[in-house]
Design a protein around this ligand. Structure first.
Ligand SMILES: Cc1cc2nc3c(=O)[nH]c(=O)nc-3n(C[C@H](O)[C@H](O)[C@H](O)COP(=O)(O)O)c2cc1C
Length: 327
């Protein structure tokens, strides 16, 4: 398979090639949390790069819950014209252009002065840096329903502004990922406990988004292949969640890993595991892709196109040498 081959998505849309610009928070919002001129200029450059898919950095569904002061928020029509300009610029080179929607949950910096909402009152443990994060407050049933509604509203606004899809961020230890992990979700109601309960928020969000947007609008999920923390969300959990996502109309599943506590997406696991030096999640993603009915994208540590072939060759040579040595 060539990386320059078109990818057909389940909703009938296409991505021109297999190269995507993953979400990278730009911190380039203006003072109203709307896209600034600098952000538009950045995407003019990305749009000229010929990637088939451009994902925005995470855009917040609630301006009261930000990952940083320079974050973009999309919660109403106030700055829709600016989002329209952003969408037009990002699509100018023919790429699919999707807004990544996010809620930080407990990964909220204390100096923002905002309330950190979370499944449970489990604060981040980052040693001497823990105090940099706000004390999380467990969400009430109505807080949870508001979050579901907000994801749907932001997705509808993204479509209205002219983006071609959204990605629901359920990875990297943010709110939806916190609900998925037994380490951060200690709830005893229908939103916690069993994996089915912990996955309920993600599945409800996906379903609400899908119902709000049109069928041709792409809906993607970014999920951890694992949290890389002992007792956290692991590959078996991911496999089951993917099977549940198979029942929803997802157009692309992006697999990553880790959180602020265990930054596997930057190549660092905290459960004693050694991540591959390149394409960190490629092997796990290969296994998970076997159960996924939607196309799968893997992010993290790619630095060469021929990497998969090189590793396969190395494994083959290693096996041959072991056989020869009798090991
Ligand atoms: C500056 C920066 C900002 C990032 N912001 C986001 C983000 O907003 N949403 C997200 O899902 N991932 C974010 N990531 C993670 C990337 O999408 C990706 O998973 C990670 O960088 C690993 O890929 P790489 O090795 O190709 O850089 C960010 C990464 C960087 C370096």
């Amino acid at each position: 398979m060539s990386p320059f081959q078109t990818l057909n998505l389940p909703n009938g849309q296409t991505i021109g090639n297999r190269i995507a610009k993953a979400a990278m928070e730009e911190n380039l919002a203006d003072t109203r949390q709307a896209p600034s001129d600098a952000l538009l200029r950045l995407y003019q450059a990305w749009a000229g790069g010929e990637a088939g898919l451009l994902l925005t950095g995470n855009v917040m569904i609630d301006r009261r819950a930000m990952t940083g002061p320079g974050g973009v928020a999309l919660e109403d029509e106030q700055h829709l014209e600016r989002f329209r300009q952003w969408a037009t610029i990002g699509r100018a080179g023919g790429a699919q252009f999707w807004v990544q929607l996010n809620h930080p949950g407990r990964q909220t910096m204390a100096n923002l002065g905002q309330q950190a909402w979370a499944p449970s009152a489990v604060a981040l443990d980052l040693g001497s840096f823990s105090k940099m994060f706000a004390e999380p407050k467990p969400m009430t049933e109505s807080d949870i329903h508001e979050v579901i509604q907000r994801f749907a509203t932001s997705a509808a606004l993204a479509e209205k502004a002219g983006f071609t899809g959204v990605q629901i961020h359920a990875a990297h230890g943010y709110l939806l990922s916190q609900f998925l992990s037994p380490l951060t979700n200690r709830r005893t109601d229908q939103w916690g406990g069993s994996l089915e309960n912990r996955a309920r928020l993600l599945l409800e969000v996906v379903s609400a988004v899908r119902k709000t947007v049109s069928p041709k609008f792409c809906v993607s999920v970014k999920l951890n292949s694992a949290d890389f923390q002992r007792g956290g969300f692991d590959a078996d959990d991911a496999r089951q969640v993917i099977q549940w996502l198979n029942e929803q109309q997802i157009d692309l599943l992006e697999l990553s890993g880790g959180s602020y506590e265990a930054p596997a997406m930057q190549g660092e696991a905290r459960d004693g595991r050694t991540l591959a030096r390149e394409a960190y999640f490629l092997e796990m993603a290969g296994e998970l892709a076997r159960v996924a009915r939607m196309p799968v994208m893997v992010t993290g540590g790619h630095s060469s196109l021929g990497h998969r072939r090189t590793r396969a060759r190395q494994r083959h040579r290693h096996g041959r040498d072991r056989h020869r040595d009798g090991g």
